[in-house]
Design a protein around this ligand. Structure first.
Ligand code: AN7
Length: 379
């Protein structure tokens, strides 16, 4: 009998494309290798001939795409002798940092905005033994403080300003190209700090690079970490970034000081990868746009109801925007579109339950009443 080789995470899988050595101790929870699900019902609802795939990053070990970056960042922090990591977070980064720190046997400090993170994420960080610092401020305040404190204290920052984070996250693009056999025409993502859209562009670019003998066009985004730096010979998608209207600095063309949105994961007004994201925008020929909270929640619900895929509100921003741009024709017919679903729906049960209109029928524990409930609700 033969067994398929055990999957042991994205660093092992893409070792030759990541900054690790043969003897590097890899801190992994088996992240990556997430499903790319082809939507069946939503495209026909839109009445357009497009192929929409969702990359379900909510199925990573801690339920979000952050694990791709965190396995790399924590692996490198440990390699460099760090005993503690720190991040500011709207929730998912803290859950991921806490888990990988626990795995590595080091300490995680997480700065979270008081009262503005989803329950699931808080539960994770608490269970995984992080030191939780709740600040009376938002993510952007936390990020500023993290940068300041790291100057003096022996802690490694694991927010996406840590270049190893983007190196890990670029592997999502590799998986997509390998599965589709080519890059999609459009790749849509929710944008907060814009680290993930930048990481995907690095990934697609690296994959589309010829293996040049000499470096002809050094990548402006990867900060020297890409192994391949030849001229771009392959196809790359247009990168489309969607923000929540109440926290859409890329649409305003400037930082937003008091960001608000139901999609707390992307309640970010001062994106850390501002310059990089504009480069991605320009190089890929894509665009930024915004979605209202109502559009975001509607897309979240539609995806769950029509396709059985449950993502958190921020994640649905990619689909909300894509659906609008497909309907308007901005995303042309016959295109292949990938939408990243950055986090799992279970992260934020409160928002889900609050907006659900699912028929909850309360009955006595009697056969006739259950029968009636079925009869009344048969589609
Ligand atoms: C579900 O956890 O910034 O544009 O501190 O959790 O790369 O910032 C989360 C970001 C999208 C935005 N979707 O990604 C944090 C944090 C979900 C997220 C984003 C986040 P970036």
């Amino acid at each position: 009998m033969s067994f398929r080789q055990r999957y042991t995470g994205l660093i092992e899988r893409y070792r030759d494309r990541l900054p690790v050595h043969d003897d590097t101790r890899i801190i992994s929870l088996g992240e990556g290798n997430t499903p790319l699900i082809r939507l069946h019902n939503i495209p026909s609802m839109l009445g357009k001939n497009v192929d929409i795939y969702v990359k379900y990053e909510g199925l990573n070990p801690t339920g979000s795409f952050k694990d791709r970056g965190m396995t790399m960042a924590v692996t490198k922090a440990v390699e460099e002798g760090s005993k503690a990591i720190i991040c500011a977070s709207t929730g998912n980064t803290s859950a991921s940092a806490a888990a990988y720190a626990a795995r590595a046997g080091i300490t995680a400090f997480v700065l979270i905005p008081d009262g503005k993170i989803a329950q699931g994420k808080l539960a994770q960080a608490m269970m995984e033994g992080a030191v939780i610092v709740q600040i009376m401020g938002n993510f952007d305040d936390g990020m500023r403080l993290v940068k300041e404190v790291a100057v003096e204290s022996p802690v490694t920052i694991v927010n996406s300003i840590n270049p190893f984070r983007l190196q890990g996250q670029k592997t999502a693009a590799f998986e997509i190209v390998e599965e589709l056999g080519r890059a999609p025409d459009y790749h849509c993502l929710p944008v907060g700090n814009a680290g993930n859209i930048t990481a995907h562009w690095i990934g697609y670019s690296e994959y589309a690079c010829g293996e040049a003998e000499s470096v002809t066009a050094a990548c402006t985004l990867c900060q020297g970490h890409c192994r391949f730096a030849g001229a771009i010979t392959g196809q790359r998608p247009k990168m489309v970034g969607y923000q929540a209207s109440g926290s859409a600095p890329f649409m305003r063309g400037k930082m937003v000081d008091n960001p608000e949105t139901v999609a707390t994961a992307i309640r970010i007004g001062h994106p850390q990868s501002w310059d990089q994201a504009w480069i991605v925008n320009k190089e890929s020929g894509g665009w930024f746009d915004e979605c209202t909270d109502d559009e975001i929640l509607e897309a979240q619900k539609l995806l769950a109801e029509r396709e059985g895929v449950f993502c958190e509100p921020a994640s649905a921003t990619s689909l909300a925007g894509a659906m609008r741009d497909i309907k308007s024709g901005k995303i042309e017919a016959s295109s292949t579109v990938v939408c990243t679903l950055t986090g799992h729906g279970l992260k934020d049960p409160d928002t889900a339950i609050a907006q659900s209109t699912a028929p909850v029928v309360k009955v006595e524990a009697k056969l006739d009443q259950v029968k009636k409930a079925i009869h009344d609700n048969l589609g």
